[in-house]
Design a protein around this ligand. Structure first.
Ligand SMILES: [Fe+2]
Length: 334
């Protein structure tokens, strides 16, 4: 084993910083990862699903390196040209890279700043609902993706534009017994935030958009057993990526004022407590690899009118677990 793994991440109780001592640069790192893909998957799992790799800036000029590293984490790397992503959000040469940026041609604004912007003790708000936007990537698909890789090409200065991660394994283990009993066997109903079926849209009385079969809300287990380790993790999103018309949970009273809504509030508040959260402040060339099967994450506000931010993401699938065995892809359904 040539990799060095420092755990946990600074200021957090999970995650790790992965490096390759004695070898500089992205090309050497990717070659070493390809030589032992099992080791990479194990380290990600051992760290409860978040690995930070620094010094990967050369990937910005050699995007194929990011694609090669993504393939180490699973057999399928999403080609966004084939999955209906708006063309302005796709890397022009590498269609497996989804570009997150506030500047043209992507022009995607950051999330709103929390109100108030800091907690009573002067810290960055992390806990839901003061912090909004907590989700796991593409949970509105069955089977959902396994792993995401996120590269800081042009980050904003530290203190804004962070990415927050919460440890769904530790949060599940720490659930009070009554909540643990309530989520056992429960399914959440997930939907894209663009479908106008989120809590805010329902409260505002907006008409839900007609959905194609490919956009239909999808059930997901609230407690997911990790397919690599068997460890149980909480798997759900906050307001925007759950269906509040028929959900957020199957079999519980639906809607913003229902039993399901109250339970979602309780679980998300629990999951995003500061002791389960890592705050990543980005430096150019940072690459964060996260496991969507056992973590949730949230983006934070930055001064988009003054600063440019360019990040690249890939999405890796292929090992969602036995619950999804034999299923086709919901988002490609005929
Ligand atoms: Fe995300």
């Amino acid at each position: 084993m040539r990799f060095d793994l420092q755990t946990p991440l600074p200021g957090a109780s999970f995650g790790g910083i992965l490096s390759l001592p004695g070898a500089a640069g992205a090309a050497a790192f990717v070659a070493a990862a390809e030589a032992d893909p099992g080791a990479m998957a194990r380290m990600l799992a051992d760290c409860h699903g978040v690995l930070l790799v620094r010094g990967m800036g050369a990937m910005a000029a050699a995007p194929d390196l990011l694609l090669r590293l993504s393939r180490v984490f699973g057999p399928e790397v999403e080609n966004y040209r084939e999955t209906g992503m708006a063309p302005n959000m796709i890397h022009p040469e590498v269609p497996e890279i989804f570009v997150v940026s506030n500047t043209p041609p992507v022009s995607r604004p950051p999330p709103k700043r929390p109100d108030p912007p800091l907690t009573a003790d002067g810290q960055l708000p992390v806990q839901f609902p003061h912090r909004r936007g907590w989700h796991t990537d593409q949970s509105y698909r069955r089977p959902p993706p396994d792993v995401s890789l996120f590269l800081a090409v042009v980050p904003v200065p530290q203190g804004q534009g962070q990415t927050l991660f919460a440890d769904g394994i530790a949060a599940y283990a720490a659930l009070p017994p009554d909540l643990k009993a309530r989520v056992e066997g429960l399914e959440g109903l997930h939907v894209s935030s663009t479908a106008k079926r989120g809590r805010d849209a329902v409260l505002a009385g907006e008409a839900p958009k007609p959905l194609t079969p490919q956009q239909a809300p999808q059930r997901q287990p609230v407690v997911r057993a990790h397919p690599v380790t068997g460890e149980k993790a909480l798997y759900l999103c906050e307001y925007g990526q759950m269906d509040w018309v028929d959900g957020p949970f199957i079999g519980l009273e639906p809607g913003p004022d229902g039993e399901g809504g109250r339970l979602l509030h309780a679980i998300m508040s629990h999951l995003t407590q500061r002791q389960f959260v890592y705050v990543h402040e980005w430096t150019a060339g940072d690459l964060v690899i996260w496991d969507n099967r056992c973590t949730v994450h949230a983006a934070t506000w930055f001064e988009a009118d003054r600063l440019e931010r360019v990040m690249w993401r890939t999405t890796v699938s292929g090992n969602p677990g036995a619950v999804y065995a034999g299923e086709g892809k919901s988002w490609l359904a005929a």
